[in-house]
Design a protein around this ligand. Structure first.
Ligand code: ATP
Ligand code: MG
Length: 593
């Protein structure tokens, strides 16, 4: 296929768009791949659409290779199935809800577990029908709180979502393993630099849920890796190592002190050390102090505008050397929502003394106390004494105050111990490309899927759910592979394999260019042909770099000597005799990555 730049629906931009912060977003807009239609909603221009289709095909081939059957659900869905799973409400503000003309509730699908489960229930009834893996490549809608970085986090995006249904847990393990391999093949084929991370806390079993993260500084996910071992996990999944409980007998009494000059953790530590305090024979450190972060929590509601959330006060106790990690807290509380307490909340609840909140007042006033796992029974803390300018020392958990629930909410720090003696943790940033998840029977039970097993008894199949962000993948490729001149697509994904530019006014050069693109086309390559007559060679070269096809053939200065210049995007440039250009390009494309 030949596409002429003189005809292609494209305007490249020399300037970065004002709303773009990350390189992939800037380049995809400047190179005319996408155009913003609304925040987090993008139009795919011809170059962009071809690229998405190519990515889709890689995903499709690998899904087909593990026996997945492609189908397609609507994006516009009725409320009822999502009511059955409770997600109509639990999805909270992220769900796009709408009404049809008769007033019936509808939604735009954020993910389709419900629909697949219901289809299997309606169509299958015997164990002989299982296992089955179904998938779709579908437009998803999520009213993201912070759409960001162009198509990297959109409100409309393309996802490949697949679902496995097995009659046994071993079957699910196999389906999961097959998906894991398929995902590795997909990301390897696309040449993405990625890591596989544990995604849910150990309680669910190590391999039950993993995320594939592209390593990238602009990523919103933080993940950890062990210095001595292969442990890797999303920070949301890191489980704090719980110290041993200490006896509450024989510990010194709690003591209240006046601390007027100590409003922060640092000044509090300074005060304690100046006062000559010690912990186990050493100086007092920030980790000996306890922060009481006041929050409020609420069950999600389906319509934020009509229904008032019923907020309840709560608190999270965290060692003073750590910040509250709101993403970890969110993951721990989900689907319950939270906000930090506002000034009004403090005013309304007189027992909350700002800057000096302590666990005791929380306990006495019935505020739910969540705590970091380090706040074990018998641990002693320096913390607020619930009165202005007063702190208390030796406040012992399980003796002087009670924890209602332990929770993972404290930040993970570089150098924290890794599990199983694998050294310490390092922190890196990544972008979630895909997620594989052993869902189990949550949906099949909610939908009452009953299948007759070998013995004629009813049994409930178990499910896996597996997603890949197809349009996000395109942004990730742009992010990981660009340079300061423009995009640089891998061969499989590039909208065109070869960019041919005529950069010589000689009519013979144009003729030779046409001949070259025809021959490349005959050989089955997709070619972009820069045949624009009145555009300078400099602009053509710049555009070729910006658009990012893996190989360019230039009919320029050397053409008078019968030579064509071949450029590998981001690599070497060399000349070949004109009659060898086709063979050489075919070879490059064949070998290309
Ligand atoms: P994130 O944590 O990035 O919001 P998620 O956990 O909500 O992702 P899943 O529900 O597991 O994601 O969706 C499967 C895949 O869909 C993700 O791995 C990601 O690649 C992609 N994806 C999710 N949300 C978006 C979005 N807003 N824009 C583009 N791709 C997305
Ligand atoms: Mg999300």
């Amino acid at each position: 296929m030949i596409t002429r730049l003189s005809e292609l629906f494209l305007r490249t931009l020399r300037e970065d768009p004002a709303d773009a912060e990350v390189p992939s977003h800037k380049l995809l807009v400047r190179a005319g791949y996408v155009r913003r239609a609304a925040p987090g909603i993008y139009t795919w221009l011809p170059l962009g659409l071809r690229t998405v289709r190519n990515i889709e095909n890689v995903v499709r081939e690998e899904m087909d290779a593990i026996g997945g059957q492609e189908m397609l659900f609507p994006a516009l869905l009725p409320r009822e199935p999502y009511e059955a799973s409770d997600r109509w409400t639990e999805y909270g503000d992220n769900l796009f809800r709408l009404k049809d003309r008769k007033g019936a509730d509808m939604l735009l699908g954020p993910t389709h577990e419900e629909m697949f489960t219901q289809a299997v229930k309606d169509m299958y009834s015997s164990y002989k029908d299982f296992p089955v893996t179904l998938y779709q490549i579908q437009t998803k809608y999520r009213d993201e709180e912070r759409p960001r970085a162009g198509v990297l986090r959109g409100r409309e995006f393309t996802m490949k979502d697949s679902y496995s249904f097995d009659m046994t847990d071993e079957g699910l393990d196999e389906s999961y393993a097959r998906h894991r391999k398929a995902y590795q093949r997909i990301f390897d084929r696309l040449g993405i630099d990625y890591t596989i991370c544990q995604a849910t806390s150990g309680a669910m079993g190590g391999s039950a849920s993993e995320e594939f993260l592209a390593i990238s500084e602009v990523g919103e996910d933080t993940f950890v890796r062990a210095t001595d071992g292969d442990y890797a996990a999303n920070v949301e999944a890191v489980v704090t190592q719980v110290p041993e409980e200490r006896s509450i007998e024989d510990q010194p009494e709690a003591q209240v002190h006046s601390t007027p000059e100590s409003p922060t953790i640092d000044t509090l530590v300074e005060w304690a050390n100046e006062a000559g305090m010690e912990v186990d024979g050493r100086k007092v450190e920030a980790s000996d102090t306890l922060k009481c972060m006041v929050i409020k929590t609420a069950q999600p509601v389906a319509d934020a505008e009509d229904e008032e959330r019923e907020w309840e006060l709560a608190a999270v106790l965290i060692p003073g050397d750590r910040a509250l990690d709101e993403k970890r807290l969110e993951a721990s509380l989900e689907p319950v929502e939270f906000e930090l307490a506002s000034d009004e909340d403090f005013e309304r609840n007189g027992f909350l003394v700002k800057g000096y909140v302590g666990p005791k007042a929380l306990n006495t006033n019935g505020v739910k106390v969540y705590a970091d796992p380090r706040v074990v029974k018998g641990s002693a803390w320096i913390t607020g004494a619930d009165a202005p300018n007063q702190h208390v020392t030796n406040l012992v958990a399980g003796r002087d105050f009670e924890v209602d629930e332990y929770i993972e909410a404290a930040e993970i720090k570089e150098g924290d111990p890794a599990p199983e003696g694998q050294g310490t943790l390092t922190l890196e940033r990544g972008i979630e490309l895909g997620h594989i998840f052993q869902l189990g029977r949550k949906y099949t039970e909610a939908f009452n899927v009953q299948i007759l097993d070998e013995n004629g008894k009813r049994a409930v199949p178990t499910m896996g759910s597996y997603g890949i962000g197809v349009t996000r993948l395109l942004a990730v490729l742009a992010e990981q592979r660009h340079d300061d001149k423009g995009l640089r697509w891998p061969v499989e994904v590039a909208p065109f394999k070869v960019h041919v530019a005529v950069a010589n006014k000689d009519a013979a050069a144009m003729e030779a260019g046409k001949k070259l693109v025809d021959e490349l086309d005959d050989a089955g390559l997709e070619v972009l042909f820069d045949d624009r007559p009145k555009v300078s060679p400099g602009v053509k070269f710049k555009d070729a770099e910006l658009l990012g096809m893996p190989f360019a053939a230039i009919l320029g200065r050397a053409f008078k000597d019968g030579k064509i210049e071949l450029r590998i995007r981001g690599g070497e440039t060399f000349e070949v005799p004109a009659d060898q250009a086709v063979d050489k390009l075919l070879e490059l494309v064949r070998e290309g990555k």
